[in-house]
Design a protein around this ligand. Structure first.
Ligand code: ACO
Length: 339
């Protein structure tokens, strides 16, 4: 019998500092009304300077491990766009700080699809017998890469982390991940881009003595909103349908759609394309903004804690992000309590 990855723990953390639309409108040419009506976001959380992605990942990971049935893990997969350093990966230090001695640990860079890619990667390791139990974390500090003068990105993104524990189990039991649909189209990589700081383009001003100074403009996050919006709807809908086909579920039998929390208009458009009632869409972005790789576990935990998702419910997850990348998975909710 094949081994499935079964969800057995869920934990989240957002930094305490709340940044409201009104606060942003004091320094940017924007308004609470524009942000709310165009995106659905009313506030987001931003980490204080000095707090890194790894710190949020440790906090969420600790809570997920507490929420899980028992035991540690032998694999840590961290999905992030905002690692603590370009080198090394953030996951090994997170594993060490969580006391997960000698666990295999690596980062995944699939931007907003990172958490779903992370689930698929960890589940593959479990199915292959490489790991028995895995901690999959999505964690981001977008506040560290946003251009404070760019109203098109600063109002959208927030910081946070969400994590799940997976264990080897039976494909028929509640909590078993029922398959994956993953894809990418790298010809669209310029739609979501941090141009500098990699091997193609060193960050401006860092070639010399490497002295501390103002952040170079090419190390900021940029996004072409309108084409991203269109591709997000098309790809998340197609990927969701492929996943539903794999699970053998008709769209109208899905209890909750937990889509990447980019924009409430995107979530509703995907629900419309799937023929699902919009009320079946979990919406969490109003309180935390777009938290990229952290958005699906944060939305999932919010819906579980708020009593929306109940044991036995059919849950479909789908994401779209930079790369461009997309991915979907599904499970029957196992009754895990979020921490
Ligand atoms: N406040 C006020 N006006 C603004 C703001 C703002 N914060 N931002 C843009 N505008 C203006 C624009 O300049 C434009 O003005 P113009 O008509 O005079 O040129 C107008 O508002 C409309 O701009 P659009 O970009 O057309 O606005 P749109 O309705 O497309 O909303 C948004 C922009 C929210 C970014 C939307 O395109 C979107 O959600 N895109 C998808 C984002 C997404 O899915 N991201 C997921 C992947 S991200 C990742 O992987 C990291």
């Amino acid at each position: 019998m094949s081994r499935a990855a079964v969800l057995t723990g869920l934990g989240t953390f957002v930094p305490p500092r709340v940044v409201t639309n009104e606060e942003l409108a004091r320094t940017l040419d924007t308004s609470d009304e524009w942000i709310r009506t165009r995106t659905g976001i009313t506030q987001r959380h931003w980490a204080e300077p000095g707090t890194a992605t790894g710190d949020l990942a440790v906090a969420a990971g600790e809570r997920a491990l507490k929420s899980a049935d028992s035991g540690g893990v032998d694999l840590v997969v961290l999905a992030t766009t905002t690692p603590d350093h370009p080198c090394p990966a953030t996951a090994p230090e997170v594993a060490s700080r969580l006391g997960l001695e000698n666990a295999a640990a690596y980062d995944i860079a699939a931007v907003c699809s990172g958490f779903v890619y992370g689930l698929a990667s960890a589940a593959g390791a479990i199915a292959a017998g490489i790991a028995e139990r895995a901690l999959v974390i999505g964690a981001e500090t977008y506040s560290t890469i946003l251009d404070p003068d760019d109203r098109t990105t600063s109002v959208i993104f927030g910081d946070g982390a969400g994590a799940v524990v997976l264990r080897a189990g039976d494909p028929a039991e509640p909590g078993a991940l029922l398959g994956y649909d993953l894809g990418s189209d790298g010809s669209l990589k310029d739609l979501i881009l941090v141009p500098g700081g990699g091997s193609r383009q060193r960050a401006a001003g860092t070639a010399g003595a490497g002295e501390p100074g103002p952040r170079p403009a090419d190390s900021y996050f940029s996004m072409q909103g309108q084409p991203v919006f269109r591709h997000a709807v098309t790809r998340m809908a197609a990927s969701s349908l492929a996943m539903l086909d794999r699970a053998g579920w008709a769209p109208e039998t899905v209890d909750w759609f937990v889509g990447h929390q980019a924009n409430v208009r995107i979530l509703h458009a995907v629900a419309d394309q799937l023929g699902m009632a919009r009320e079946r869409t979990v919406v969490h972005l109003d309180r935390v903004g777009n938290t990229s790789a952290a958005s699906i576990p944060l939305a999932l935990a919010d819906a579980v804690t708020g009593g929306l998702i109940a044991p036995g419910d059919r849950v479909l997850m789908s994401a779209f992000g930079g790369g461009v990348t997309w991915g979907s998975t599904a499970l029957v909710w196992p009754g895990v309590v979020a921490n």
